[in-house]
Design a protein around this ligand. Structure first.
Ligand code: UGA
Length: 480
């Protein structure tokens, strides 16, 4: 199949490269000519496992790059739109880039083609897309429109694409259904997984990727509802963690108990400093606007967002509890990215926490395995933030260590070495990467989320008193 993918951001580039990997001829389009030139040279503009080798494998062969939408469309049977849908001032998704692409596509359609929306968009976008294509001269009989939401995560984008839990195609007619089935056939029949050079993955034994066929509106709704549900799961466990911390329970034990219920499942139950990134914060807001426009009161979403922003504030309170005043204190920070395995710092809770600490006069020594260059673009460029060469270099002579991103390498630090390098033996972990006993056995005071602060035996006299019992709960009156 000849495919054009318009927009070479995270979703677009990963999709283009993976479509080439499963056997299609792909033109990846972007209006940023410098980006296109870099991609042609084989340079991936972000940190993503397997993407560099797949780019090298297919560029110049099944994968071409272009800055021209018209050229790409005129040579393709399917066009994926994967341009950005940023948050507008009112919280809704700004679809102006999608509309602009639709106008360009419309004037380039010469033969039968399917236009597929893959960016995260509100429900009914396919309708608007269809209308825009017609208004801009596309012939009704030559095109059809489909929705194909993407569920890939940064850090595991390639394997998420090639080994999906499911592929969702939202189609309203025969042409788009046929073309979409054809595009994903190497995954749905499993022929890709039997290839020797297939990207390795533990699910390699997977025989066939499941495909869910819906109408376009349902597919659009699936995407927003999915991200909102995952964000809700994180906020839910963070709220439970706060109760757990206050009564002296252990959230990790609580999660093991909750997550083993097969109706709930263990994933996305990691308590911490809250979710960030370029998707959840924006998508939950946009979904709230969709609900509002449909006259549906979805107050749950507002609560998910409120709990999320509270988590970072609670973390700051913990830092103050541990260190008293912050002016002039040197704090080691491990993690700048919004999560592990990525260099992305967009809406990173780590960055928000660092900015708040700087406002209180703290000095930061930060380390992240991938995100330092991008963090330099958003954090102040003065001596208040210094970037370290590794985790141990970061903690040297610091008053405390703060863990803000769940990179795997931060979960296996030599704690005795950390203890000897720190000025004071204080670790405040926003990602619960350690068992409390491991920290205290290494002589470290350990603050985490959803668990009481723990102190080494020789410091037990400064352990906090048990929190006083809370005031009796008065059940609010329920009225309609
Ligand atoms: C998310 C979804 O997981 C993808 O399925 C979706 O395709 C993507 O958004 C998108 O809409 O494009 P991503 O933003 O890459 O993917 O990151 P996640 O792995 O979902 O993590 C989001 C945030 O939640 C991170 O800040 C992470 O640290 C946090 N998180 C995640 C928790 O705090 N606790 C958890 O248990 C899981």
């Amino acid at each position: 199949m000849r495919i054009a993918v318009i927009g070479s951001g995270y979703v677009g580039l990963t999709s283009a490269v993976c479509f080439a990997e499963i056997g299609h001829n792909v033109i990846s389009v972007d209006n940023d000519k410098l980006k296109i030139a870099a991609l042609e040279r084989g340079t991936v503009p972000f940190h993503e496992r397997f993407l560099p080798e797949l780019l090298m494998r297919h560029r110049g062969g099944r994968l071409q790059f272009s800055a021209s939408v018209a050229d790409a469309v005129s040579e393709s049977e399917a066009v994926f739109i994967t341009v950005g849908t940023p948050q507008s001032e009112t919280g809704e998704a700004d679809l102006s880039f999608v509309e602009a692409v639709a106008r360009e596509v419309a004037s380039a359609i010469r033969s039968s083609i399917v236009i597929i929306e893959k960016s995260t968009v509100p429900v009914r976008t396919c309708e608007s897309l269809r209308k825009t294509l017609l208004l801009n001269g596309a012939q009704q009989t030559l095109f059809s429109v489909a929705s194909n939401p993407e569920f890939l995560r940064e850090g595991t984008a390639v394997t998420d694409f090639l080994y999906p839990d499911r592929i969702v195609i939202g189609v309203d007619d025969h042409l788009s259904a046929t073309v979409m089935h054809e595009i994903y056939r190497p995954l749905t029949t499993g022929s890709y997984y039997r290839r020797e050079e297939a990207i390795p993955f533990e699910k390699r034994a997977t025989q066939q990727a499941p495909i869910i066929v819906t109408n376009a509106k349902s597919a659009e709704l699936i995407k927003h509802a999915c991200n909102a549900f995952l964000a809700m799961k994180i906020s839910f466990i963070n709220a439970v963690a706060n109760i757990s911390e206050s009564v002296g329970a252990d959230i990790e034990q609580v999660c093991a108990g909750i997550g083993s219920d097969s109706r709930i499942g263990p994933k996305f139950l990691n308590a911490g400093i809250g979710y960030g990134g370029s998707c959840f914060p924006k998508d939950i807001q946009a979904f709230q606007v969709v609900a509002h426009q449909c006259n549906c009161d979805f107050g749950l979403l507002a609560e998910v967002m409120r709990i999320n922003s509270d988590q970072a504030r609670r973390f700051l309170t913990k830092v103050r509890d541990a260190l008293w005043t912050l002016r002039g204190k040197r704090l080691a920070v491990l993690g700048l990215a919004f999560k592990g395995d990525t260099d992305d710092v967009r809406e990173s809770p780590a960055i928000a926490i660092i900015e708040a600490l700087l406002k209180e006069g703290a000095l930061i020594r930060a380390y992240d395995p991938a995100a330092i260059p991008k963090a330099k673009g958003v954090l102040p460029d003065n001596n208040s933030v210094v970037y370290a060469a590794d985790a141990y270099d970061a903690v040297a002579e610091c008053d405390a260590l703060l863990i803000l991103t769940e990179w795997k390498e931060f979960a296996s630090l030599d704690l005795h070495k950390i203890r000897s390098l720190l000025k004071h033996p204080i670790v405040i972990d926003g990602r619960n990467l350690y068992e409390t006993a491991r920290m205290t056995n290494a002589g470290l005071i350990y603050y985490s989320t959803g668990r009481s602060a723990s102190f080494p035996a020789h410091m037990s006299s400064i352990a906090h008193q048990t929190a006083p019992l809370p005031a009796p709960f008065v059940r609010p009156a329920v009225g309609l």
